[in-house]
Ligand binder design. Structure first.
Ligand code: G
Ligand code: G
Ligand code: G
Ligand code: MN
Ligand code: NA
Length: 254
């Protein structure tokens, strides 16, 4: 409860920030986008990891406000890099199932786009399988409003949940992110290797972008490139960076 109370004040006290993990086109090696990841630094508690505070934010409903802040901040930052003469970089923002249930998510996204001026196709929302496992009537309407706004939709942590594969086609998701538990066993975990190859083929045959998460070694990087996975992210390529550091990376990569 102490954590919850402190989290409640974090927004107003300016304790939250976003870091950005670069995403790369694996064939060309070029920077292709980034994933925004929330960070909380509290003067008393220090740096609190998202694994600790996101669940608390979800249980308390605070995630609705934090999530809206993250959407607005990510869109604003991409346009700030652009205003500084850097290229427009696609950004992906994580969205919790609670935001789908309790917030006017499409309204929040529309406002973030309008206020920042970010072109909608440069914003991707990362949904978890648990979102799509919910009441189809209810989420279907929100997903359609989001598609009409023109933002991209990604399925995060693919392979860890229980969703039917047919959801991928039914909801016309744009991107599939292979969970890092698959990637961490490559290239020698035979079952994971076979599954990963199958997921890459399925994503591409559905016309989806496929991003492998958690690439930590050269061998994993080589395996995924060799098997045609279009995009990747992970510590081997880059850790999540501050906005300042990502701006410097953008500067160097152009
Ligand atoms: O790869 P291509 O230039 O066809 O990209 C088409 C769209 O896909 C881009 O406008 C962008 O929105 C999205 N996109 C491409 N690469 C990435 C990436 O690495 N991360 C994210 N989040 N979106 C990407
Ligand atoms: O950044 P890190 O890898 O430590 O994130 C841990 C977990 O917290 C991941 O599952 C990530 O998706 C989640 N997370 C990070 N930032 C956000 C955010 O802005 N919103 C939501 N809903 N989850 C986030
Ligand atoms: O669930 P989601 O994919 O949003 O989680 C993103 C989390 O994964 C972030 O907390 C980020 O710090 C973490 N992450 C990013 N790259 C790597 C990696 O190569 N290895 C591991 N173990 N974690 C990573
Ligand atoms: Mn994610
Ligand atoms: Na993930």
């Amino acid at each position: 409860l102490e954590l919850e109370n402190r989290l409640r004040q974090a927004l107003a006290r300016d304790e939250l920030s976003l870091h950005y993990q670069p995403q790369y086109d694996l064939a060309s090696g070029r920077l292709s986008g980034c994933e925004a990841l929330m960070r909380w630094h509290n003067p008393v508690l220090g740096q609190v990891p998202p694994d600790k505070f996101i669940p608390i934010a979800e249980d308390s409903g605070l995630i609705v406000a934090l999530g809206e802040w993250a959407l607005g901040e990510a869109c604003r930052q991409v346009m700030a890099w652009h205003a500084a003469g850097l290229p427009l970089l696609p950004v992906a923002v994580n969205v919790s199932a609670v935001q789908f249930r309790h917030a006017d998510l499409a309204g929040q996204v529309a406002r973030a786009l309008r206020r920042s001026g970010l072109p909608a196709q440069l914003l991707e929302l990362e949904l978890t399988e648990s979102v799509l496992a919910e009441n189809l009537e209810q989420i279907g309407a929100t997903l359609q409003r989001l598609k009409r706004l023109g933002v991209r939709l990604a399925m995060d942590d693919f392979g860890t949940g229980y969703s039917s594969l047919s959801y991928l086609k039914h909801f016309k998701l744009d991107t599939l992110k292979i969970d890092r538990s698959f990637v961490s066993d490559l290239p020698n975990g035979d079952d994971y290797a076979a599954l990963t190859i199958a997921i890459i083929g399925m994503a591409h045959s559905l016309g989806m972008t496929c991003i492998a998460e958690g690439i930590e070694t050269a061998a994993q990087h080589d395996f995924l490139r060799w098997h045609g996975c279009s995009h990747g992210q992970g510590y081997r390529l880059s850790r999540p960076l501050s906005a300042q550091a990502l701006g410097e990376l953008l500067q160097r990569s152009t």
